[in-house]
Design a protein around this ligand. Structure first.
Ligand SMILES: *Cc1c(COP(=O)(O)O)cnc(C)c1O
Length: 393
């Protein structure tokens, strides 16, 4: 049995007609830059996330980039982030001329360790750290309560890298009551990617920034269009970071399916957890499931709430590279997110040898992502687990 890591054909089987109609609508409208599809999606995403404003952009990477540009972060400034993320999280910091500072990850959630974050902020006596970019890795929010508190204490901005976590929820205590806040809606701004492999993926590149700050939203709108207002009068040096209306139209077809897709992914994750437990691999310590929700998994009334949207289902395993080769050899899709932590990337040059984040380095050697997409069948999952059991026996 062949089990791909992601199968967009399975989604196309029920979306094709609607997607083609949406593309055709844009083509026939001749509104090829900005326009009603982009504005419509911005409103829908702002509402979905519980944010006041949403600004469509070219990609998740550019969402992060224009946030840093709009904050005026540049040479001499530092930005604190996680060493265990997709390259874009660090790339944007370097591209504005600032220096990344890495707080190692928590080994269970793979998200930034807030104790280390606090230590780095306290050590920053010259106040060079201007922002924190927490990453909600694999679809689970970082410890936002602690991060927001630190941001307030040290007066730094928080740009959430929610590229993998649209719709994930985090329980924030506001005025003594637990409120579930969606990823991206808690910091100064939140960044999303519509790369096709994300839970809400376009038919090409796309991204979005959400924020509650009207002035910041206005800067973002200027920044994505060469800093111009009105046309040809440039208040800021921005760029062309505009979201394509064809992508916006396709995403508006997909958004109504998103909650169901999250649910199906969570069900698949629960099924894997059960199958691995039944197979005894967990007890033997060969396979660990760190994806178990580390936050209190209960709402204020004690009802169960899964906060994780499972963009990826990631295991920490023994003999990771051998397992990867075995799965690939058995036609089972898998991927390493990510094999080299950011602080060890070659492009950092000599800086790379001076930074140590042992938990991120360990995670890069021990983790593997398995197929988790919504249309994955229980037979496919049983097959995946059977093959992994075979490998460790
Ligand atoms: C996908 C991703 C991005 C970049 O998004 P693009 O749309 O591909 O530019 C940034 N950060 C993280 C954590 C991502 O997973």
């Amino acid at each position: 049995m062949k089990v791909p890591l992601l199968d967009l054909q399975a989604q196309l089987a029920y979306l094709e007609e609607d997607l083609l109609a949406a593309v055709s609508r844009v083509v026939k409208s001749t509104r090829y830059i900005q326009g009603p599809e982009v504005e419509g999606l911005e409103q829908e995403i702002a509402e979905y996330c519980g944010s006041k404003y949403a600004v469509g952009v070219t990609s998740g990477t550019d969402a992060l980039l224009i946030c840093l540009m709009s904050l005026g972060i540049g040479p001499g400034d530092r930005v604190l982030t996680s060493p265990f993320s997709f390259f874009a999280t660090m790339g944007v910091i370097l591209r504005v001329g600032a220096t990344p500072v890495f707080a190692d990850i928590d080994p269970e959630s793979f998200n930034i360790d807030t104790v280390k974050t606090a230590e780095l902020l306290r050590a920053d006596t010259e106040k060079k750290i201007k922002a924190i970019i927490p990453v909600h890795l694999y679809g689970q929010c970082a410890e936002m309560a602690a991060i927001l508190e630190l941001a307030k204490e040290f007066d730094v901005a928080v740009i959430e890298d929610a590229a993998q976590a649209i719709g994930a929820e985090y329980p924030l205590v506001i005025d003594g009551k637990t409120q579930y806040k969606r990823a991206g809606s808690m910091g100064t701004a939140g960044c999303f990617s519509f790369f096709p492999s994300k839970n809400l993926g376009g038919i090409g590149d796309g991204g979005m920034v959400v924020t509650d700050d009207a002035d910041f939203a206005e800067r973002l709108v200027l920044m994505r269009n060469h800093g111009a207002h009105p046309k040809y009068y440039h208040k800021l040096v921005g760029g062309n970071f505009r979201l394509d209306p064809i992508q916006a139209a396709a995403l508006r077809v997909k958004l109504p399916h998103l909650e169901r897709w999250h649910r199906q992914r969570a069900e698949n994750a629960a099924r894997y957890n059960r199958l691995f437990t039944e197979a005894g691999l967990l007890d033997q310590g060969k396979v660990l499931i760190p994806a178990s929700v580390y936050l209190p998994n209960a709402g204020s009334e004690g009802e169960k709430r899964n906060l994780h949207i499972y963009n990826q289902y990631v295991l920490r395993v023994e003999r990771r590279n051998e397992l990867r080769d075995w799965l690939v050899g058995n036609d089972i899709g898998c991927e390493i997110y990510y094999p080299v932590p950011l602080h060890k990337q070659e492009c950092l040059g000599s800086m790379a040898s001076q930074i140590s984040c042992p938990e991120a380095e360990k995670a890069a050697d021990e983790t593997i992502a398995l197929p988790i997409y919504p249309e994955l069948t229980s037979e496919m999952q049983e097959h995946v687990v059977k093959k992994i059991v075979q490998f460790y026996l």
